[in-house]
Design a binder for this molecule. Structure first.
Ligand code: SF4
Length: 333
């Protein structure tokens, strides 16, 4: 579990110095502004079988759900916190749910709101990416989980490593802002895998990346395996920021399961995105990316963490920030 070095040790001082440098670089590029995005988990059906995820297709004990479009429309019209500027729609790899629910929801959001629209829907056919883009989504989250080819195969991450990289490149080449990420402490991971992953995440055509600690899911082949190390997770966030000053890097709610101030520490180490979970509570416990006991970030917790980190909430959306960035790059070239 948490193995943060004791205060006063050289290692401790080095870690704090790394985090402070990363935090200062975030301030230089983004100011002390943190984006706040809502997340809606729309379907937990999944055709993949990742060893680290409770939504894997072999988990027959999981109650599967797809939220109804009408229910989602109501939630979007009447239940969104004013603080969010973007909304992330997330599912397992569920092409039926994407066609029947996600695309109409994205179209509705585009017509009725000014929210930036992110999606996290897995490795899909290019046509489906194109349909989602046409519907109005502009930010695609597609995590690698590990940047080492053999490790990727061993943990049964989605499809193949090559397909995942090809998907990232396709998305970026067709106008999406693409964010990826990885898990610290995934079983079988070595220090060299982490370095390789940080290299890859810094080379790919991304606008952001996340670092999550491994939390074992009860209904997975990795049940009972050791939790990812907190200090390493925070150090990786800081390193990602230092290597990629303009990246959008989320603070992950699971960090609060490892340390009381985990979320704030991530913000201090250069993270600049917070997430509010908007999935109806009755469905939330079946969205089993890790385990049933999740640390849910609601609006008050997010506001408090941002305040404790000495930051403020961005009033400009992620999507708009990326649009402006592309415009400036086009003018400059
Ligand atoms: S990590 Fe994603 S692709 Fe893998 S089983 Fe879970 S929901 Fe499916």
């Amino acid at each position: 579990m948490t193995s943060f070095p004791p205060s006063g040790s050289t290692h401790f001082d080095e870690s704090i110095a790394l985090e402070q440098r990363a935090g200062a670089l975030r301030d230089e590029v983004f100011g002390r502004q943190v984006f706040v995005r809502g997340v809606l988990e729309v379907s937990n059906f999944c055709r993949q079988n990742c060893n680290y995820c409770g939504m894997r297709r072999d988990n027959r004990d999981l109650k599967r759900f797809r939220l109804e479009l009408d229910q989602l429309r109501d939630l979007v019209r009447h239940g969104l916190p004013g603080v969010i500027t973007d909304l992330n729609i997330q599912t397992g790899e569920d092409t039926v749910g994407i066609r029947e629910t996600v695309i109409p929801l994205v179209e509705m959001l585009r017509e009725e709101t000014r929210l930036g629209i992110s999606v996290c829907l897995g490795t899909l056919e290019p046509k489906l990416y194109d349909d989602l883009r046409r519907a109005g989504a502009s930010y695609y989250i597609i995590k690698l989980e590990t940047g080492n080819r053999e490790h990727y195969r061993d943990v049964q991450a989605p499809g193949t490593y090559e397909q995942r990289l090809a998907a990232i490149r396709y998305l970026a080449s067709t106008g999406w802002s693409v964010s990826s990420g990885f898990i610290v402490g995934l079983p079988g991971q070595t220090r060299a895998h982490i370095d390789e992953t940080l290299d890859l995440l810094s080379e790919l055509p991304l606008v952001g990346a996340s670092v999550s600690p491994f939390i074992s899911g009860e209904q997975t082949p990795y049940a009972g395996r050791a939790t990812g190390d907190f200090a390493t997770t925070i150090a990786c966030i800081a390193k990602l920021r230092l290597r990629n000053p303009a990246y959008v890097i989320p603070a992950i709610s699971a960090l609060n399961l490892l340390a009381e101030d985990g979320y704030v520490r991530a913000l201090n180490a250069g993270a600049n995105l917070a997430t509010i979970n908007l999935t109806p509570p009755v469905k939330r416990e079946d969205y089993l990316l890790y385990k049933r006991t999740r640390h849910i970030m609601h609006e008050n917790r997010v506001r408090t963490a941002i305040e404790q980190a000495g930051c403020t909430i961005s009033t400009v959306s992620l999507a708009e920030t990326m649009r402006r960035r592309r415009e400036s790059a086009a003018v400059a070239s």
